[in-house]
Design a protein around this ligand. Structure first.
Ligand SMILES: [Zn+2]
Length: 180
């Protein structure tokens, strides 16, 4: 018999009635490392992020904060900006940073969705492995592997690939590289 909670949940939100959740791996994102934040306090620099975040023109980075300049909606007008504090973390070799998201979480990566940057919880995204069931999970593993591989590192992952293919059989054909 179906558990009461599940029955109740399905009654309130029948299958397919809600928009699918956003998938972390499919969202454009920026790692704090890519900002190359200066370690000195009086330094700032501007970097072009258009290759990582197509809708974000640039970012102004200092040792303590970053301001993202979103692409403008109208020609001749400046787009909106979004500022995040950077939290320095002292490591044995120097300083590493994290973003301080508006929700108070300290995160290494921010995700872009509908003209907004935020941590994965603020964007309300889930990992691909959370969105699928047990039978499909190995296909996902293989898909991830494909996108990691490119052409270069193929030999390094050959064993893992073979193992997954053996486990999956014909289903391995379904694996596709994830959007990067
Ligand atoms: Zn957040």
């Amino acid at each position: 018999m179906m558990p009461r909670q599940l029955r109740e949940g399905l009654r309130r939100h029948p299958k397919g009635s809600r928009a699918p959740r956003l998938i972390v791996e499919q969202l454009p994102s920026i790692d704090v490392k890519d900002l190359h934040a200066p370690s000195r306090y009086n330094r700032t620099h501007v970097i072009d992020l258009s290759f990582r975040l197509p809708k974000v023109a640039s970012a102004k980075v200092s040792a303590t904060s970053v301001t993202f300049h979103h692409a403008s909606l109208h020609r001749g007008q400046l787009g909106p900006t979004q500022t995040f504090q950077l939290k320095p973390i002292r490591t044995g070799f120097g300083i590493r940073h994290t973003f301080l998201c508006n929700c108070g979480r300290s995160v290494k990566r921010l995700y872009y969705h509908s003209r907004d940057l935020g941590c994965r919880r603020c964007i309300n995204a889930i990992y691909a492995c959370q969105a699928i069931d047990q039978r499909q999970r190995p296909i996902l593993q293989l898909s991830k592997l494909e996108s990691l591989l490119g052409d270069k590192a193929y030999r390094r992952y050959r064993r893992i690939r073979e193992r997954l293919e053996k486990k999956l059989g014909h289903k391995a054909m379904l694996a596709k590289p994830l959007q990067k």
